[in-house]
Design a protein. Structure first.
Length: 324
């Protein structure tokens, strides 16, 4: 779940606490093209204030008009937009797209407080909404949990489904961590060097103690994990890479020029990794955008990681060959 949707819940909670009527809208299903993915949230305050989005704008305008013209909803309702091509065009849904929403009056903010607290503790949860009663419960969820609606109950995941482990806590890591956190990644950092662990936002990153290879083992990398070595010190980076390249991590990269990247691959081969394992290493890291500054390098790196995560970039090796 994107951090923007947590921000929607945070604002809805604050409005409700201040005495306003609040209605939540969740994208349940889409057919054809849709501007926002399933799970996207919008909060509508009784006086017309809006936070979040469920479309490109036209649906939001209609929801606002509906809300201002009627009494506040007392129960959950299902709303569908774009059944006909004409209605799709009217509401800005491309290619005849259709959008189905859950309209949910906010009756209590206790579950929001608990959800925000547990997400801040890096937990992954399912928000379960009983459509008939409007009751909300929270359940633990795995990283592969996705939104599910069976007509009676909505189960929507919250919390980080994807993880990014950074080896090194220097200046570049700060830019990468900020971008990654905003993109919904759980950000983990390992840096055994003294003096680098100060000034970090504990709500946005979590430090993993120990040496880099121990940290990689400790987090048990899976297919939802990316690992990037950024210290520029072979004594630290290579330790992490030796372990990471034998894991199920979907992305393993290391900072360095093309020349240094080739030297690193030669070192890893000499240290016992197989050719296929070394071929998994991304280096130089990032998409080629001519990056020079730490902020630009962070942008190119996260663009590459997100492109691979979303299937817009082919992996360096097919999944069945990665750990051979």
């Amino acid at each position: 779940m994107d951090s923007v949707d947590l921000a929607v819940l945070r604002r809805a909670r604050d409005w409700w606490r201040d005495g306003h009527a609040v209605v939540l809208y969740t994208v349940l299903q889409t057919w054809g093209s849709a501007p926002r993915p399933v799970g996207s949230l919008l909060a509508l305050r009784g006086d017309g204030r809006v936070e979040g989005s469920v479309s490109g704008g036209c649906v939001e305008d209609d929801l606002l008009a509906r809300g201002m013209a009627a009494e506040p909803a007392a129960a959950c309702q299902l709303i569908t937009y774009g059944v006909s091509r004409e209605e799709s065009a009217r509401f800005g849904l491309p290619c005849g797209g259709t959008l189905r929403l859950l309209q949910e009056p906010l009756r209590d903010a206790g579950w929001i407080n608990e959800l925000l607290r547990r997400c801040a503790a890096h937990e992954r949860l399912l928000r379960c909404v009983d459509i008939a009663s409007g009751d909300v419960t929270l359940q633990a969820a795995g990283r592969d949990a996705s939104l599910h609606f069976d007509g009676h109950t909505l189960r929507a995941p919250f919390g980080p489904a994807w993880r990014l482990l950074l080896i090194g806590a220097g200046q570049l890591s700060r830019y990468v961590a900020e971008l990654a956190h905003g993109l919904g990644f759980e950000v983990l950092i390992c840096d055994p060097r003294e003096g680098y662990a100060h000034g970090w936002d504990a709500a946005a990153v979590r430090f993993v103690p120990g040496m880099p290879d121990d940290a990689v083992l400790a987090i048990e990398p899976d297919a939802h994990t990316a690992i990037v070595a950024l210290t520029h010190d072979p004594r630290l980076d290579d330790m992490a890479l030796l372990t990471a390249l034998q894991s199920e991590a979907f992305y393993v990269g290391a900072l360095g020029s093309r020349v240094n990247s080739e030297k690193r691959k030669a070192r890893l081969l000499s240290l016992g990794l197989g050719e296929r394992q070394v071929q998994r290493l991304y280096g130089p890291i990032g998409l080629p955008i001519g990056s020079r500054t730490p902020a630009e390098i962070a942008l190119s790196l996260m663009a590459e990681v997100v492109a691979l995560k979303n299937g817009a970039l082919a992996p360096s090796l097919p999944a069945q060959q990665r750990c051979a």
